[in-house]
Design a protein around this ligand. Structure first.
Ligand code: SF4
Ligand code: SF4
Ligand code: SF4
Ligand SMILES: [Zn+2]
Length: 365
């Protein structure tokens, strides 16, 4: 329970970290936006992450993501993993990435498991081992320990402790983790965006080393990458039977900024860019969208706007609405209720989407 410092409204759906209700964030003036900016800056201090994307014109430009950091010698970019050493930008390259991995038996709790080859057998026999969920096989889950966003509700926030680690792994080491039971690789995190050259190199290596094996390449991302890198991700997913899962966190610019600390402009552009390639492989969905239903903030207004955006591109794009539980700096918010989830489901369908589902139902109240 918190009180909006702008309008005085009191609600259990107002988080103390922002002390602003959704309505006041939507119509925020520059002063309110500055206060929101300070919340994000403060949240990064204890992890030693740069407060803001560095923009010193004398720094080296990193083009991996929308933040376009200009990094001076000895400094790091916003994600913390990319850095300028003696005039060279390093981090997230095929040689070294802050990354860890584990094996996840299929079918796994994946945001696309209701439509993908591993969860349903769609695409059998070319892209799946059987015409049903792939019991007996494994997903290689690859967790990149850095991110280009700063979400206050981040459910994987622990990665922030490892973004500056010296314990790095090469793309070769990652490629060696694939075994005969591996049938898909999911790059997530954090987010793979700030270390994409590493992920792309590992993907190419595993595809080359295991040419006869079903090995789908999938991505779970906030979608903020350089579009040229996105095109390479799409190529790999298309040819391997994999997919790209975009997390569309909010449509309203101010809500997105308040929750994630950055703009959603690149994400939306990249989503539309990916949608243009769906027709290249109609048998199996290439693009899946998801939205976390944050109580009080990601409500019917947001879901209507997101769903309309998706439907305009292609009403067949699968859309998963995910239940929220408090985490990181937003532990004071309640879990998503069934009421909120069902209202959002209806609104997404009314916007024209044909495949909508509620995920994480076990945490709904
Ligand atoms: S990946 Fe993005 S956040 Fe990281 S240094 Fe490059 S531009 Fe900055
Ligand atoms: S990694 Fe890809 S194929 Fe495997 S379960 Fe997830 S979405 Fe499905
Ligand atoms: S994009 Fe995902 S991993 Fe990155 S800060 Fe947001 S919730 Fe966390
Ligand atoms: Zn308010």
């Amino acid at each position: 329970m918190a009180i909006c410092k702008n309008c005085g409204k009191s609600s259990e759906n107002i988080t103390k970290v922002l002390t602003l209700c959704a309505e006041c964030i939507r119509c925020a003036d520059n002063d309110v936006l500055s206060e929101i900016k300070e919340v994000h800056i403060k949240s990064r201090e204890k992890f030693g992450l740069p407060a803001l994307p560095p923009y010193n014109q004398e720094g080296r430009l990193c083009r991996f993501c929308q933040n376009s950091c200009h990094i001076l010698i000895g400094e790091r970019g916003y994600c913390g993993v990319r850095r300028n050493e003696k005039g060279h930008l390093i981090g997230g390259t095929p040689k070294e990435a802050a990354v860890s991995w584990y094996y996840d038996p299929l079918p796994t709790n994946c945001v696309a498991d209701w439509v993908c080859a591993g969860g349903t057998g769609t695409g059998y026999p070319k892209w799946a081992h059987q015409a049903r969920a792939e019991y007996g096989y494994q997903n290689l889950a690859v967790f990149y320990e850095a991110c280009t966003f700063n979400c206050l509700f981040c459910q994987n926030w622990h990665y922030r402790k490892n973004s500056k680690t010296r314990e790095t792994r090469s793309a070769h080491e990652l490629a060696e983790a694939v075994n005969s039971r591996t049938s898909c690789i999911c790059f997530f995190g954090g987010d793979p965006t700030c270390q994409l050259p590493h992920a792309l190199a590992a993907s190419r290596l595993v595809r080359k080393q295991n040419q006869q094996q079903i090995l789908r390449i999938c991505w779970e991302t906030n979608g903020s990458m350089n579009p040229n890198l996105l095109d390479k991700m799409i190529d790999l997913s298309l040819e391997s039977g994999g997919c790209i899962k975009f997390d569309l966190k909010a449509m309203d610019q101010n809500i997105h900024y308040a929750l994630c600390g950055v703009s959603n402009k690149r994400t939306l552009e990249n989503f539309a860019r990916t949608a243009q390639r769906i027709s290249e492989r109609p048998q199996l969905p290439l693009l899946i969208a998801s939205t976390l239903l944050v109580p009080g903030y990601i409500d019917r207004n947001e879901v209507t706007a997101i769903a309309s955006f998706i439907a305009e591109l292609d009403p067949n794009i699968p859309y998963a609405l995910l239940g929220f539980h408090g985490d990181f700096l937003m532990t004071d918010l309640p879990r998503t209720s069934w009421g909120q989830a069902n209202r959002c489901l209806q609104t997404a369908e009314s916007a024209g989407l044909k495949h909508v589902r509620i995920g994480n139902t076990h945490i709904l109240t």
